[in-house]
Design a protein around this ligand. Structure first.
Ligand SMILES: Nc1nc2c(c(=O)[nH]1)N[C@H]1C(S)=C(S)[C@@H](COP(=O)(O)O)O[C@H]1N2
Ligand SMILES: [Mo]
Length: 528
């Protein structure tokens, strides 16, 4: 079965050659632009082509680890392809090199056609795969070949010795040669990868700039958070979420690094006076501070893709007023440095009673890089996918009839107002409970309308009013609490909220796509 062994060596050669090529591509990418990595570019295409049901599934199962899962899956698929190329190169040369080269070509095209790409972005894949193809040939040529089957003894011919039989030690040497070449290639790949990481770390200048920023004091400060906004129930999500605990959702496989020094925001499209504003100009403007609860449309009933923060920013309506939107416009298409877009109703952004912000601060700090540094949009009352553009660089005033945001052609609604919802944070399902008073508590939200009531139902009983915590206003969630006199046995607990317009959270269950999940958060508990 030595022939099979040979195939495995060739597969190993394929994996090592392709791995070293990709590592080299990373190194070139670190020099071209960190986001030009062909692997990330390919991942970006996968992310962009994900249908809504698969996105739901990924978010539901892996939450914020969905990117890690995607990259690991890609790693496995690429490694399998590389192994196949090694095997093909051994059996049917040059099929292995053609496969590798073909994949490399696709990666080059993919990288060069990403929304934020320049033609130079093809370079990492071209160089990386060029080298991988050469390495593949070199390594496969050194795959240890089993000794030929013992030849039938050739009768000695006068004047010439019999062909000397290959001594076993020679085969060992061949294997050693292969392992030395393969090992050296692997070491080279690891060094290239390490060098690319060091280069990338050296370009962490943005982080340094961010840490040196002193945010301006707000001209319009937010009202103080009342002491009663947090009910102090253990296990209930705090009223304000710490930055490091704030949920993160975006399509960026690598957090965009945006230097405020070269950042600007353009206001364009159907406006009388298009203009551009720099970071320094923005910091001179009178800032507003406002608590807003941000929610993802992919949030399942009972899910945690929702958080609340204190944002500091400049009202978007002021920016739009300066540009002067034309009468036929009804939408603002905001774009991020990485090409992601959101379509937001113009009337929401120009509403004098709604603090839609071009935010630069989050809970007293400059925006964390993964939450959109240096500037993003925050719009009370709309799901993030139609409003909360991070790393924002352009506001294009346009029409729903002419433009659409990133998620709309992917099966999500063009309009995304947040639906009235409530969630039980404690007790968690499966917690052992004693008969007597059990505190049931959680949060409820209906951003920009506000929550006017929360009710709890035990089994098939009557809906009972819960106690509502204080809040700074209608744009944030609200904690609630209900003291349940629990009796021994199995029970079902459910919650529903009512918004300030009197709309009651529906029992009808709907999935997140196309415009947000509905239904009551309810589950079983065992007491005693
Ligand atoms: N540039 C960019 N901005 C984006 C997204 C994105 O993919 N890219 N996702 C949006 C979505 S779907 C949500 S729910 C919010 C999440 O913001 P957060 O990560 O700060 O919580 O960002 C929005 N802004
Ligand atoms: Mo989202």
């Amino acid at each position: 079965m030595q022939t099979r062994g040979t195939g495995w060596w060739a597969a190993l050669a394929g994996v090592v050659a392709a791995g070293a090529g990709l590592a080299l591509a990373e190194l070139v990418a670190a020099w071209v632009d960190p986001t030009s990595s062909p692997v990330l570019a390919l991942g970006g295409v996968v992310v962009d082509s994900v249908p809504p049901w698969l996105k739901d599934f990924a978010v539901e199962w892996f939450g914020t680890a969905d990117k890690l899962v995607l990259l690991s899956t890609m790693g496995v698929v690429l490694a399998a392809g590389a192994a196949l190329s090694g095997w093909l190169e051994l059996r049917r040369p040059p099929a292995g090199r053609l496969l590798l080269g073909g994949v490399g070509l696709v990666m080059a095209v993919v990288a060069a056609t990403r929304p934020e790409a320049t033609p130079l972005w093809a370079l990492p894949a071209v160089i990386g795969v060029g080298v991988a193809v050469v390495l593949l040939r070199l390594l496969v040529a050194r795959v240890p070949v089993p000794a030929p089957p013992p030849a039938t003894p050739v009768p000695a011919v006068a004047g010439a010795g019999a062909a000397p039989e290959e001594p076993p030690s020679d085969r060992g040497a061949t294997r050693r040669t292969f392992l030395v070449w393969t090992g050296a290639t692997a070491v080279g790949g690891v060094l290239a990868l390490a060098a690319s990481r060091t280069l990338a770390a050296g370009s962490r200048a943005v982080q340094v700039v961010r840490e040196a920023i002193n945010l301006p004091a707000p001209a319009t400060p937010a009202p103080a958070v009342p002491a009663g906004a947090d009910l102090g129930v253990d296990g209930v999500h705090p009223y304000v979420t710490a930055n490091e605990d704030f949920y993160r959702i975006d399509t960026a496989l690598r957090v965009p690094q945006v230097d405020p020094g070269s950042w600007s925001l353009r206001v364009t499209g159907l406006v009388d006076e298009p203009f551009e504003i720099s970071w320094d100009e923005l910091l001179e403007l009178p800032m507003t501070e406002h608590h807003v609860t941000l929610c993802c449309v992919s949030n399942e009933v009972g899910g945690d893709l929702i958080d609340n923060a204190l944002w500091l920013g400049y009202p978007i309506r002021e920016l739009l007023a300066r540009a002067g939107p034309q009468a036929d416009a009804d939408m603002v298409l905001s774009s991020s440095v990485d090409g992601w877009t959101a379509g937001t109703p113009l009337e929401v952004l120009t509403d004098p009673d709604r603090d839609a912000l071009l935010a630069i601060g989050m809970n007293g700090e400059p925006l964390p890089e993964e939450h959109g540094f240096p500037a993003r949009l925050v719009v009370p009352g709309l799901y993030g996918y139609v409003s909360a553009t991070k790393w924002v660089t352009e506001l294009k005033v346009t029409r729903f009839a002419d433009d659409e945001g990133y998620w709309t052609p992917r099966g999500w609604s063009a309009l995304g107002p947040v639906k009235v919802h409530s969630r039980i944070d404690v007790p968690r399902p499966g917690t052992p409970l004693e008969p007597g008073t059990v505190v049931v508590a959680g949060v409820a939200w209906a951003q920009h309308t506000g929550i006017s009531g929360v009710e709890v139902r035990i089994d098939d009983g009557e809906w009972q009013s819960a106690e509502l915590a204080e809040t700074v206003g209608p744009d944030t969630w609200r904690q609630w609490r209900y003291a349940w006199d629990a009796t021994a046995g199995d029970h079902t607990v459910a919650v529903r909220a009512t918004d300030a317009d009197g709309q009651v959270q529906t029992a009808d269950e709907a999935p997140p796509a196309p415009d947000g999940a509905t239904g009551w958060h309810a589950f079983d508990l065992t007491v005693g």
